[in-house]
Write a protein that binds this ligand. Structure first.
Ligand code: S3P
Length: 441
């Protein structure tokens, strides 16, 4: 099977409605929390991607059984002390930083040493951001000079901590919240704003969590060692997966798209705010509150009057996984767009800021970079007429999908590697985009 796709023509006008797969962040959190509840949980529309499958396989190694019925996963937990950790175990997280970091929080009471490993990309990502706060709970945790493998041995003498999360990382915040669930007493967290699915789920489960939301920081208090029962959950569509279709539609001619039942948690919709400020006119209709999360249908149509944006730093965290496609829109918009303080992008599955800058330069976009700030000089007439090969050496799923959107909207003859990368977050990507009429071989 070839590892690349070929795209030789732009997508023709389309007018459709689609569903995207379940949200990855919520799917992984549901698997982890279901593995810690007492009794059976039923998770519907769970994302079936490699990151989530690796999460399921890992909880199985920890003694938690699951089965898949027609449209849901049934997971049977034994409470917060229910992992079987009486022998040394290796857990494989694959490409998933979310699973690797969050599960560490749940292993602070493991009875034996558990080793977390990952693929090549995950093994290049910094784990000190979670091992440092977790150490303060009193666990024995070590890494390979801040990288994987990370070894954790839990303790019976956990102590609550005070933690200041300065990066705006939901993975760090959630790892600490999970550790706090296992720890007697009150853990206090001051966290720079980031996605809050963990907090909302804990609230929904009736756990003692208090959240005070201020402008820049959230103040969270978790009281530990309370059990909760298994639960039912229907995972909504993923806004990050939707983003490729949103931008595909905006940059195509005379097209319209409805993306149904997508999670539009405020901490995730930076892309909508940013694109609408660039004149995109994306509408969120049919809003519903589902267990504290907000879902809606996303209405998007071709935009022919896009303008540049001075993107405020306060939107970085809520658009963190979407900047690759946002940059494409900036490249096609009239005027200059500026984005600041995007160092975190280089800490993802691949160094996405570096990759985006190179990519944009290669397709003829004028871009000025100074450290973690970039300025994109937009050109509404941007077209590609050459042959393009996108190697995607780091096999980053979002780099692959962004490149497909560029090829389908800007033209040129493309060979884009590595198509298997989509399996980590959105295996259905190519099937859905072909349904819209994209010619992809
Ligand atoms: C995630 C948090 C973000 C995001 C990642 C998923 C999560 O990472 O980029 O794709 O589910 O908590 P950081 O916590 O590193 O910002």
């Amino acid at each position: 099977m070839k590892k690349y796709v070929e795209i030789n023509e732009k997508i023709k006008r389309f007018n459709n409605s689609i569903f995207v797969s379940g949200d990855k962040s919520i799917s992984i959190r549901c698997v982890l929390l279901a593995s810690q509840g007492i009794g059976t949980s039923k998770i519907y529309n769970l994302l079936e991607s490699e990151d989530v499958i690796n999460s399921l396989k890992s909880i199985k190694k920890l003694g938690i059984d699951y089965v898949k019925l027609k449209n849901c996963y049934i997971i049977k937990g034994f409470g917060f002390d229910g992992y079987k950790t009486d022998r040394k175990l290796n857990i494989y997280s694959g490409n998933s930083g979310t699973f690797a970091r969050l599960v560490l929080g749940l292993l602070v009471n493991s009875k034996n040493q558990i080793t977390i490993k990952g693929d090549k990309s995950l093994s290049k990502r910094d784990f000190s951001r979670v091992t440092d706060p977790l150490k303060q709970f009193g666990v024995n945790i070590s890494s390979n000079r801040n990288y994987l493998p990370v070894k954790i041995s839990g303790t019976d003498f956990l102590r609550p901590i005070k933690y200041f999360e300065k990066i705006g990382s939901a993975q760090c915040k959630s790892a600490v919240i999970f550790a706090a669930l296992k720890t007697p007493g009150l853990t206090k967290i001051k966290a720079k704003k980031s996605r809050n699915h963990t907090e909302l789920l804990l609230k929904e489960l009736g756990l003692p969590i208090k959240i005070l939301r201020k402008k820049v920081y959230d103040y969270i208090e978790v009281n530990g060692q309370y059990n909760f029962k298994g639960f039912n959950y229907i995972v909504p569509g993923d806004i990050s997966s939707s983003s490729f279709f949103i931008v595909l539609t905006l940059l195509s001619l005379n097209s319209r798209l409805i993306i149904k039942n997508v999670n539009i948690n405020e901490s995730r919709i930076g892309i909508i705010t940013i694109l609408n400020r660039m004149n995109a006119n994306i509408l969120l209709k049919n809003k519903k509150n589902y267990k504290g999360e907000i879902t809606s249908d996303i209405y998007v149509k071709s935009a022919n009057n896009l303008k540049g944006i001075k993107c405020p730093k306060s939107l970085n965290s809520s658009a963190i996984d979407e900047f690759l496609v946002i940059f494409l829109v900036a490249a096609k918009a009239k005027g200059i767009s500026t984005f600041k303080d995007l160092g975190e992008l280089n800490k993802k599955e691949s160094p996405r800021l570096d990759i985006a800058v190179n990519f944009l330069k290669r397709i003829g976009v004028k871009i000025i970079r100074s450290k973690n700030d970039i300025k994109i000089i937009g050109n509404p007439k941007l077209e590609i007429n050459n042959n393009m090969i996108m190697k995607n050496f780091k096999k980053d799923h979002r780099v692959f999908m962004m490149s497909c959107v560029a090829a389908l909207t800007l033209g040129g003859k493309w060979k884009i590697f590595d198509k298997n990368s989509i399996n980590s977050s959105f295996p259905e990507f190519l099937t859905i985009i072909k349904k819209l009429g994209a010619k992809i071989n």
